[in-house]
Design a protein around this ligand. Sequence first.
Ligand SMILES: Cc1cc2nc3c(=O)[nH]c(=O)nc-3n(C[C@H](O)[C@H](O)[C@H](O)COP(=O)(O)OP(=O)(O)OC[C@H]3O[C@@H](n4cnc5c(N)ncnc54)[C@H](O)[C@@H]3O)c2cc1C
Length: 308
Amino acid sequence: MSLGRSILLAAARSDRLNSFATKSRIVKRATRAFMPGERPEDALDAGAKLAADGRLLIYTKLGEALTALKDADEVRDHYFWMFDEIRGRKLPATVSIKPTQLGLDQSESSCMSHCFALASKAESTGSALWIDMEDSTYVDRTLALYEAVKAKYPRTGLALQSYLYRTPKDVERLRPLKPVIRLVKGAYAEPAAVAFPKKADTDAAYEQIAATMLQMALTGECHPIFGTHDLPLIARIGARAEEIGLAKGKYEFHMLYGIRERAQQQLRSEGHGVATLISYGDAWYRWYMRRLAERPANVLFVARSIFG
Ligand SMILES: Cc1cc2nc3c(=O)[nH]c(=O)nc-3n(C[C@H](O)[C@H](O)[C@H](O)COP(=O)(O)OP(=O)(O)OC[C@H]3O[C@@H](n4cnc5c(N)ncnc54)[C@H](O)[C@@H]3O)c2cc1C
């Protein structure tokens, strides 16, 4: 892992920096490149504009690792509201949650019932639920959660991370469920015991797992989603799909709001399924630091927006 990335991921865990940054209006302004605003209405309004080109939207309220179980009820209720807003505004949108935001650390059973309630609400409003993957200590519990919810609500999706050595086996484990998988590279600082320390290895693993997912899609065993901004990789995935005869609508590309916007439009105009994930909420510090760590050059961009 590069020094810049390690420093930024370490800073992501600092409570003092969190408290400083979230109070700073200047830093807040710099986050606007990656999120339209803190209010859910900001995210909904921005999404309505993006959806004009036929792309899909995914909404996520920032915040993770709750300290009190009762806070999870508020998060669940907020997402109930969000699903109603999505339907009311006729947006082609889904919602992506983090299990720790729904109390996974405090009570697995309570987190499970929140996920069932949200998947049910998603289904009744014509939407779907996504489950994000957090750091490696949560993978077993998140897979168990996904298996239970997916069995009842087939449109539910799960993120898997190519930097983890275990992921090819997890894909095989999920195969009988016909999973909806969003493959990402992985955003957390992980030890070499569980994840590739070198980015080149993570990238190579991504391509291999992507090939497996495309092959599974041919026989209806997976709905593959590729959550990446890596354009050469995206081109190779598209070429591979064409080579094996998998039609464009059978797989999708998902990217984050504010990143590679032109590429999102281009892929859409080529007939690919494209979704933009839009984050909102005031708990943006850790998430924002992970975005900076993905591309340390972003720090210069932030510095420019702070110092004019
Ligand atoms: C839809 C979606 C959902 C995600 N969900 C999860 C999840 O559940 N769990 C998880 O661990 N991670 C998640 N991630 C984050 C992911 O793991 C990566 O950290 C992130 O996508 C960066 O990797 P990359 O695939 O874009 O490739 P990289 O090789 O890191 O980047 C490729 C190129 O994209 C551009 N780029 C990438 N990131 C940025 C950035 N922040 N700012 C500007 N340019 C950038 C750069 O030009 C870079 O050279 C998600 C990502 C997406 C797109």
